[in-house]
Design a protein around this ligand. Structure first.
Ligand code: ADP
Length: 576
């Protein structure tokens, strides 16, 4: 019994403990449930705030997108954005007006568009090729599209621009197009205006070329005959008249040449030669040309030559002569007392190359400071009365500058009104370092021409005055001379008899010099004849370049008025 009571007590105690433990567990559970409940509430709150944040952000993004889209829609251009598969991400209102279509197109491509609009797939194919081009080149593609709208031509400038991701792969494409109809019309108008201007310039050049020929031909006769008369018996006063006549004719020829040179420069037809010439001879020639006039005025005129400059240099002799004639001629024109000094100085000399500095200094009227920058501009003269007082065309210095700069040189001027002017220029020349400085100079005018006697020379020249001039010039060496008026007659003569030398005028009626020489060279080849030397004669320095006549088959070239030294050179070269 006691044992039973004990057991009951133990059990009661165990039950008691059990109850306590359960209570404890229940309390713990309650605590956990409370905690869970709180956590849940916190989570819900967090979720709510996150949802709020996300929707705020989405709203912001939408607002930003609307903002940029409204800007893009305002731009007067058609703008589209496509993904890497050419599917539209954005289309501006200017590109597609219909909002429904615009929305429908997002996520679609140009083929879908053509299908939707039921139009030819050509458009989609063309765009596809442009996308392909950008993919291949990884560069912006640009092209102009022309189409008709309400009977009016519209020009669109289209550009397709790739956008790259961090791996430098194309992520998107931006395409836009601008209506350039106005600027395109303006461009076309400009092209038309340019074409008209070019036509006018070439018409002007052609006109000048013709006119110059017309003026130079009789002028050559005047100069040639004056030269002949000067070499024949005349009394002192006749000699004086002949001098004045020659001076006037030379000045007129100078003006015509200046206008011609200027047209050549304007037409971009100026070329420079590089042939060996005697530098000292050229500089001495300048001295001789102006000595007489300088003495008459009573000027101290000196030409200084730097002995270090090689005697034979390579360059454009004719242009250098013209540059110096022009600068010294100007100095003579604008100096009434004092001096004119011309200097040439070796500035640099390296293997085969020279740079020479020139200066022409005078004590003349000088140039006002505000005019000094303008003297190299065409038709510029210091004052309006300059032409009246001194003559001239206002082209000389423009031509001079072009001649110098065209050969890689430079020209500049310093001047003070009342004190004088100093024009300076630098030019490059080539030279042969192995040339012996003391080798005898081949002076064309000193050559013996006795072998000309009895030689058969044919002259084809339409102008009777020029025939007379050439006849008079050749007469003293007693050749057997024959004259014809055109190329046709020349060919007839050439086919019948043997000649030693032919002078062929380039511009002749019936058959001109160029076509005559071509026919003659053909004839020679077919009949296995030796090549006959043929020298071109031309008064038109403009269109008949030396190269053109040489290419046609001539051997040499004499420009009118024929210089006696040049004639001697030709006779010596082809009849010796
Ligand atoms: P022009 O045919 O009138 O001489 P240029 O082009 O040779 O034309 O010269 C332009 C102008 O520059 C001249 O009209 C003159 O006003 C001025 N000029 C040129 N050289 C001199 C000089 N040595 N002394 C004073 N003025 C000069």
């Amino acid at each position: 019994m006691e044992e039973l009571e004990n057991k009951i007590r133990i059990l009661e105690r165990a039950l008691q403990r059990e109850k306590q433990a359960r209570k404890e567990a229940e309390r713990l559970l309650e605590d956990r449930a409370l905690e869970l409940y709180q956590t849940n509430i916190e989570l819900q709150e967090l979720n709510r705030s996150l949802e709020q944040k996300v929707s705020r952000r989405a709203k912001e993004i939408q607002q930003q997108r609307n903002f940029y889209e409204s800007i893009l829609n305002q731009v007067p251009a058609e703008i589209v954005v496509a993904d890497r598969n050419q599917k539209y991400l954005f289309i501006s209102e200017n590109a597609i007006k219909d909002p429904e279509l615009r929305e429908w197109l997002i996520g679609k491509n140009d083929f879908d568009y053509c299908e939707y609009r039921n139009i030819s797939m050509d458009l989609a194919r063309q765009r596809f090729s442009k996308y392909q081009e950008v993919r291949n080149t990884l560069k912006v593609s640009e092209w102009t599209e022309k189409f008709s709208k309400n009977g009016k031509d519209i020009y669109l400038l289209r550009r397709l621009v790739p956008l790259f991701n961090d791996q430098d792969e194309i992520e998107m494409f931006i395409g836009y197009s601008l209506d350039i109809t106005n600027s395109e019309e303006y461009r076309l108008e400009l092209i038309e205006a340019r074409d008209i201007a070019q036509k006018a310039t070439s018409a002007k050049s052609e006109f000048l070329s013709k006119i110059s020929h017309e003026i130079r031909t009789p002028l050559n006769a005047i100069i040639g005959l004056t030269n002949i008369l000067m070499n024949e018996d005349h009394n002192r006063s006749q000699g004086h008249y002949l001098q004045s006549m020659k001076y006037s004719a030379d000045s007129l020829l100078g003006i015509i040449n200046e206008v011609l040179d200027f047209s050549k420069i304007e037409a971009g037809k100026i070329t420079f030669e590089s042939i060996p010439f005697n530098f000292r001879h050229l500089v001495n020639g300048i001295q001789q040309t102006f000595e007489f006039r300088a003495n008459e005025i009573g000027l101290d005129f000196k030409v200084y030559l730097d002995e270090a400059i090689p005697r034979i240099v390579e360059g454009d002799r004719v242009k250098l002569n013209q540059i110096l004639l022009n600068l010294v001629g100007n100095a003579m024109k604008f100096t009434t007392a004092g001096y004119i000094h011309v200097h040439s100085k070796l500035l640099q000399k390296s293997e085969g190359q020279l740079r020479v500095g020139f200066s022409v200094e005078d004590s003349g009227i000088g140039i006002a400071a505000h005019k000094i920058d303008k003297v190299f501009e065409s038709f510029s003269q210091e004052g309006d009365d300059t032409t009246r007082r001194f003559g001239g065309t206002g082209l000389g210095l423009t031509i001079t500058k072009k001649f110098i700069e065209g050969q890689g040189g430079k020209i500049w001027v310093e001047s003070e009104p009342g004190k004088g002017s100093k024009f300076q220029f630098e030019l490059d020349f080539n030279y042969d370092p192995n040339h012996k400085e003391n080798a005898p100079i081949d002076k064309a005018w000193s050559r013996d021409l006795s072998m000309v006697e009895g030689k058969r020379i044919l002259v084809a020249e339409d102008n009777l005055m020029n025939q007379l001039v050439l006849q008079k010039m050749l007469e003293k060496w007693s050749p057997k001379l024959e004259m014809v008026n055109n190329g046709q007659l020349a060919l007839e003569k050439l086919e019948k008899a043997e000649y030693d030398l032919v002078f062929l005028d380039v511009q002749m009626p019936i058959k001109d010099g160029i076509s005559t020489i071509k026919d003659w060279r053909n004839y020679e080849a077919h009949h296995l004849k030796n090549r006959l030397p043929v020298v071109a004669l031309t008064a038109d320095a403009f269109s008949e370049s030396k190269q053109k006549v040489i290419e046609a088959g001539m051997d040499d070239f004499l420009s009118k008025p024929i210089e006696i030294s040049e004639l001697r050179r030709v006779l010596h070269q082809y009849l010796s």
